[in-house]
Write a protein that binds this ligand. Structure first.
Ligand code: NDP
Length: 469
């Protein structure tokens, strides 16, 4: 007779939790997983998936414009927001079912309820007011947008969650933040015809990316008509009698808009989980503190994904789930590898990147070769679009290893996924040079930049190249 009801209880049915539950169940473990909202979590329900669908929707305006140069006459296009929302909802509902039934088909039990810890082996299923026990517990409750409660008028603002389901497409929006979400949504709303302003506290958007990508994207977005205000924060948001919002900024400027969106980072979902009572340690932002194997301070309780605030990306949560299963149920302790994670910002143009930025590499290596190309991609030529593409390889001159690859332009994310293999494998610039170009593509540029554009020696670059921000 087993000592507990389950071998594994997973709290949180997002990408990480569902993966751990499904794979553990496939191994014959007795598994339950609880989700208080909808299976699929942030990525599927209110994140990556609907966002990408919205990105596609917002790109059509430019496609229609570009078509004329290729001989097409496109009648005056019009856009219907409710149609997009309803089609998006159907796809999300389909994926939600796939996520939940995937666990069930593997033999796991799915539970629709909030769950909290009673002790290190006991969980309260709140909707059913009953407790169950589990040998191992995995917390994968994800995160939520930072509500920014200190901002007067924050209650009038929306977050990415609401942006996916607005009843009416706003005529004008201002978005605060300079990270992934703010930048992606600024491009989405602009592409859908919304007058869009982006407000960022720092000197240049996307602070964690290579400076070249940041500068070029900023210029490209402004050229399209997105207003970007740097060194600015909101002081207060006021609702007017006519329902519109007045966003007051530092420096006295105010904007009148239909929606104010905050995209100021995300907080881990750790409230009221019973963590303190059980002795699970949390950090400054409320994140669950884990060791290299995703184990919390209580040795049968584990945590993966955004709730641990390590790298907030879906594939990372899934990887951590697989490492958890290897460690706990396959007898093969495996540390998640958080190094050299490729990532994309689905801005327009798109960013795809892997490895070190030029600045980061400059601090680590005394001699760098920078290979850099800025060109007009072929498809923009007949279209009459003056948007440039940027490609950059950062190479350690001593070993010739490519330590960073950065792309701005169409399909940059797709390219970064493949470059991720080369950079992870620590391939050298000579390996890139030996690789035959595939013509005509934009990506061929990555294997045909034979001479360095410049060197960065002891962090110093030639004066004619734009320095750090
Ligand atoms: P990010 O961490 O990317 O960006 C947060 C932004 O808010 C930064 O520009 C930051 O400025 C700014 N900020 C933070 N606090 C304040 C404040 N008090 N006042 C003014 N500005 C502030 O978070 P996001 O919310 O955009 O996204 C959350 C996470 O979700 C990302 O980190 C990413 O991992 C993930 N994500 C990934 C996507 C993808 O893979 N394409 C898409 C969307 C999200 P500063 O830079 O100066 O610190």
């Amino acid at each position: 007779m087993p000592q507990h009801d389950y071998d594994l209880f997973v709290i949180g049915g997002g990408s990480g939790g569902v993966r751990a539950a499904r794979v553990s169940a496939q191994l014959g473990k007795r598994v339950a997983i609880a989700e208080e909202s909808r299976f699929g979590g942030t990525c599927v329900i209110r994140g990556c998936v609907p966002k990408k669908l919205f990105v596609y929707a917002s790109q059509f305006a430019e496609h229609f414009d570009d078509a004329a140069g290729y001989g097409w006459t496109v009648p005056d296009p019009s856009f219907d927001w409710p149609t997009l929302i309803s089609n998006k909802d159907k796809e999300i509902a389909r994926l939600e079912t796939v996520y939940e039934t995937g666990v069930q088909k593997a033999g796991g039990t799915t539970i629709h309820s909030r769950v909290s810890l009673v002790d290190r082996h006991t969980l309260l299923i709140e909707n059913e007011n009953r407790t169950v026990t589990a040998d191992q517990i995995l917390i994968a409750t994800g995160g939520r947008p930072n509500p920014h409660l200190a901002l007067p008028g924050h209650q009038h603002c929306i977050f990415s969650d609401e942006a996916f389901d607005l009843p009416v497409l706003p005529k004008a929006i201002v978005i605060a933040g300079g990270g992934y979400i703010a930048v992606e949504f600024a491009n989405i709303f602009h592409g859908l015809g919304v007058e869009t302003t982006l407000l960022y506290r720092g000197r240049e958007i996307l602070s964690r990316f290579d400076m070249d990508l940041r500068r070029h994207l900023h210029q490209a977005m402004e050229r399209k008509g997105i207003r970007i205000l740097c060194h600015q924060v909101f002081e207060r948001i006021e609702k007017r009698g006519d329902g519109r919002l007045e966003a007051h900024m530092s420096g006295g400027m105010a904007l009148t808009v239909d929606q104010v969106m905050l995209a100021l980072g995300r907080l881990p979902n750790t409230e009221n989980l019973g963590l303190d009572a059980v002795g699970v340690e949390t950090g400054k932002m409320g994140e669950i503190v884990v060791d290299d194997y995703s184990r919390t301070s209580v040795d049968n309780i584990w945590a993966i994904g955004d709730v641990t605030n390590r790298v907030q990306l879906t594939p990372v949560a899934i990887h951590e789930a697989m490492c958890f299963v290897d460690t706990v149920f396959k007898g093969s302790p495996t540390r998640p590898d958080h190094a050299t994670v490729p990532t994309a910002v689905f801005s327009q143009p798109e960013i795809g990147t892997v490895g070190l930025s030029e600045d980061e590499a400059g601090k680590k290596f005394s001699d760098l070769e920078i290979y850099r190309a800025v060109f007009r991609p072929m498809r923009n030529i007949l279209a009459g679009r003056d948007e440039r593409m940027l490609m950059k390889l950062v190479v350690d001159a001593k070993t010739r290893i490519v330590v960073g690859a950065h792309i701005l332009g169409p399909d940059a994310g797709e390219m970064a996924q493949l470059l991720g293999i080369a950079v992870k494998a620590r391939l050298t610039k000579d390996d890139f040079d030996r690789t035959m170009a595939l013509h005509p593509t934009a990506a061929e540029e990555l294997v045909t930049m034979y001479e360095p554009s410049y060197r960065v020696v002891n962090g110093e670059r030639p004066a004619e190249y734009p320095g750090p921000l």
